[in-house]
Design a protein around this ligand. Sequence first.
Ligand SMILES: Cc1ncc(COP(=O)(O)O)c(C=O)c1O
Length: 400
Amino acid sequence: MSYISSRLSVVKPSASMAASQAAKALRAKGVDVIDLGLGEPDFPTPAHITEAAYAAAKAGQTLYTAAAGTPEVREAVAAKFRRENGLDYTADDIVVANGAKQIIFNALMATLESGDEVILPAPYFVSYPEMVKLLGGTPVVVECPEATGFKLTPELLERAITPRTKWLFLNMPGNPSGAVYSEAELKALGAVLARHGQVLVLSDEIYEHIIFDGREFVSFGKACPELKHRSLIVNGVAKAYAMTGWRVGYAAGPAPLIKAMSTIQSQSVTSVCSIAQAATVAALNGPQDEVTRFREAFEGRRNLVVDGIRRINGLTLPPPEGAFYAYIGCASLIGRKTPKGVVLEDDTAVASYLLNEGRVASVPGAAYGLSPYFRISTATSEEVLAEAIARINAAVAQVE
Ligand SMILES: Cc1ncc(COP(=O)(O)O)c(C=O)c1O
């Protein structure tokens, strides 16, 4: 008999991490694979942030902190929300956790009763449904087709809401699609939510600063202030400041929810690493020019990838509006044969073909709840991306 809890039987490991593992396994056999599976900025953390962490450690900021975060980090987050998003929160409305992922996990743990439904517009971030299931909830996947820009519409939302709906998750710019909601689109969703008082909204805005073509980012909180009492605005330093390994995410929301999330944290991880919190203060309060530099680099890579993929017969790619992924349509490859005679039944088979024959690791759309697509990360150099596109092109050209 297994001693692993039955809770785990419904949970899958991360598909993007699995893709990366598969790439590593091939590499270990001497195969030259380009890994575009996992997405994280390939830049070093800006020096002033690392220096601030070092100074904090030397100054003795090495003890446990308040569960919700140090007063300094919560002040810095409140100031960020005011300055960048026009949101009015005090330090007491804020909790800091080990990454945006832990924020989301804590929020679900604090609120879900068995069978509560969580609406997940697809394509979605791979961890959302798994966290929901792990905590006893039911993911309600709403496919948001390319025709709606991979975005949830008021009609789709209205149809998905039931008396058991506890949360709606939004993610913008979206992973994997890059979709960004305009203020008008958010207000239209807000009008539906206003009619359903039981629904909480989690807006994952972690890619806020990676946004293209001069678009202005509008937080869900700014677009729908009337829903503030049931909105959780989630963000973090990982993507904007190239700080994925520092593990700091944060959120602002209604006091009872923030308090419950802090209680969970106090009884699980105690607090976020004190030194990483000091680094976060420096990131949020310090100069922001590197954030702009990263954004520009990501936009250049986005342009290169859109241009390259669109030249490949059989693949489609609407230009991602933000984030650092390309969600590539492969409908016209489905049902066709590889040179080895394998029928490409679905996007999992396409990703597997691209890995084994094209030597490029990607993640199949099935992992994001919307097929047939595959996702590549564009968070790597233009040279590597150009080579990856050439390999994808060569592999696709051989499909009969
Ligand atoms: C949409 C989305 N939310 C959250 C995260 C995780 O953020 P963090 O590293 O702060 O836990 C990711 C990382 O890939 C993501 O894509």
